[in-house]
Design a protein around this ligand. Sequence first.
Ligand SMILES: Nc1nc2c(ncn2[C@@H]2O[C@H](COP(=O)(O)OP(=O)(O)O)[C@@H](O)[C@H]2O)c(=O)[nH]1
Ligand SMILES: [Mg+2]
Ligand SMILES: [Zn+2]
Length: 356
Amino acid sequence: MIEQYGWSDALRLAFEPHARAGYLPGRIIVQQREANLVVTDAGNLSAKLSGRLRHEAREGGYPAAGDWVALAANAGESTATLHAVLPRRTAFVRRAADSVKTLQVLAANIDVVFVVTSMNADLNPRRIERFLAAAWQSGARPVVVLTKADLSEQPEDQAAEIARLAAGCPVLVISVRQGLGMDSLKAHILPRETCVLIGSSGVGKSTLVNSLLGEERMATKEIREADARGRHTTSHRQLFLLPGGGLILDTPGIREVGLIDADEGLSTVFDDIERLAENCRFSDCGHTTEPGCAVRAALEAGTLDADRWAHFQKLRQQTAASGLTKDRVSQEAERRRLAGLQRAYRATKKVLRDSR
Ligand SMILES: Nc1nc2c(ncn2[C@@H]2O[C@H](COP(=O)(O)OP(=O)(O)O)[C@@H](O)[C@H]2O)c(=O)[nH]1
Ligand SMILES: [Mg+2]
Ligand SMILES: [Zn+2]
């Protein structure tokens, strides 16, 4: 059952110590402060964080939708205690709404980020670039989705303009109203892969999810206005299993100020590696041949997964090459940053192609 949600041999290996401790594996499909909804082979469980995890979460952030976790189920009930979170492969991170400092994982272990924007008068290339930059930091493949094509006079021209700045990312043109382009979207949602929709409020994300599900599960604006009760719609973010076998997560509208830079994103996804590197004997350790290197020791001991380390290094190099830094002072720096990003997209595409 959890295989449908992407459970794999690599995850089974990472989970081994938790299995030995008697814990059950599961994936968070709805994240809530108090209790997360988790799919497991024993059904859906409502799981509260253990005291230790709750304590850690105050600093390191809360487990998120898409996270793989270790649980202790409470006998005879559909509740459980959540004891550990497995290292994340990728994650989409934003700044918390109430703070510039706090980062919040919106979706973990994702394969595709759909950057959704609507083709109405509000179509804004600059904003798409910002969203693409944030999508790229997640480590997943970005795909641009232009919605409401029925509202555009020249959808193909607009799409071509966006394709130029998207530097090789696929650009899809869709109208749910006209039933146009849904197949191109479905083609990017592979069985057992996890996709997340990001974009401003009102661009049509929830409408896309409902259309993919074939039923109205997510509340959209219209529905909220016309019919506030009686429907089993939800406004919380849920990871849905689609009829085609892929997984999709809707997000609330993200404002541009909530978008983060690539290096911040990497630190959030790979905080365990960064913590590990703090134990190297030399503070400028290159983790190659230096004595007392904690990273290499962990690789040899098998406590740090070699693929994960390689993925982290690759992303860090690309981030450095793209010139993404925390203090973007001048417009010139910003332009260089975006140019670097486009190079990084091409590099990512090549990496993905080569790894197929
Ligand atoms: N014209 C048109 N409107 C759409 C389309 N898709 C969604 N909408 C409308 O856009 C509004 C916002 O949609 P919603 O899915 O709630 O946006 P979200 O905030 O991104 O989840 C609703 O009134 C939808 O009916 C489309 O293809 N064409
Ligand atoms: Mg919505
Ligand atoms: Zn080292």
